[in-house]
Design a protein around this ligand. Structure first.
Ligand code: NAP
Length: 253
């Protein structure tokens, strides 16, 4: 296969959660540029992503669904595959973070973060993987975090959920490989998105973080989207169960 063919997603369908903005939008656009049609799932409308994907000549189906809720994923995926197209690629990108000291952290925040980042990631993957298994092909990419490896501070539910994402990635990779499905994760370092607005607005934390990044800058969403492209393309067919840091060298320090 030529190098171009190894990165070609023509004829594939991809579901990207949290595609409205930030990393999810960049991922959706990279997959569309490589030829995939996109289903974007999020809690609010995403006209900007839709316009940009369609400008690339690809289809964009918007699904408004709040991932803090319990969801009938089997019914949702059944409807999407009937009305849109088969889902060959799933990128579990949507994630939320709540900040409070360990001594103050609330159960409501714990439940919301766990539902979005961990429980619904698993059950959405399960529903999509059943379809992929029947077709003997699939690519699942989970967006993890540096806090899949480290503890962090003031984000207990986020750290717990992102450790869970790392574990689930390996578990799903083990069970789904015989069905032709690869499952990998990407651990983003510090990226310029809405998720990190509070951190970047704090001059002390901003300086501490920048000083620790060997590459000397925050990541921009396209830094990550190209890694997703690799993990969803034919080029990565023998790569499964990995967690790839895209962090400017943070974890190496
Ligand atoms: P972001 O800019 O805050 O975007 C989050 C996305 O998730 C949005 O598209 C949002 O869309 C969607 N989302 C949030 N709550 C949702 C809900 N209840 N239901 C459905 N969708 C929801 O975040 P980001 O920085 O791009 O982060 C994307 C992923 O990367 C997350 O898993 C995050 O933990 C991870 N990550 C980010 C960084 C970083 O430095 N930015 C570092 C490590 C890991 P709606 O608002 O429309 O719902």
């Amino acid at each position: 296969m030529s190098i171009a063919a190894l990165f070609d997603l023509s004829g594939k369908g991809a579901l990207v959660t949290g595609a409205r903005t930030g990393l999810g939008q960049a991922i959706a656009l990279a997959l569309a540029q490589a030829g995939a049609d996109i289903i974007g799932l999020g809690s609010s409308p995403m006209p900007d992503t839709k316009a940009k994907v369609e400008a690339l000549g690809r289809r964009f189906i918007e699904v408004q669904q709040d991932l803090t809720q319990s969801i009938d994923f089997a019914g949702l995926i059944d409807r999407l595959e009937r009305e849109a197209f088969p889902i060959d690629i799933l990128v579990n990108n949507a994630g939320i973070i709540r900040r409070a000291d360990v001594l103050e952290f609330s159960e409501a925040d714990w439940d919301a973060v766990t539902q979005v980042n961990e429980k619904n990631l698993f059950f959405l993957s399960q529903a999509v993987a059943k379809r992929m298994a029947a077709r003997k092909f699939g690519r699942i990419v989970n967006i993890a975090s540096l806090l899949s490896f480290q503890g962090g501070i003031r984000v207990p539910a986020y750290t717990a959920s992102k450790h869970a994402v790392a574990g689930l990635t390996k578990l799903m990779a083990n069970e789904l490989a015989p069905h032709g499905i690869t499952v990998n994760a990407i651990a983003p370092g510090y990226f310029e998105t809405d998720n990190t607005t509070a951190l970047r607005a704090d001059p002390v934390r901003q300086k501490q973080i920048l000083e620790r990044i060997p590459s000397g800058r925050w990541g921009v969403p396209d830094d990550l989207a190209t890694t997703v492209l690799f993990l969803t393309s034919p080029a990565s067919s023998y790569v499964t169960g990995t967690i790839v840091p895209v962090d400017g060298g943070w974890l190496a320090r």
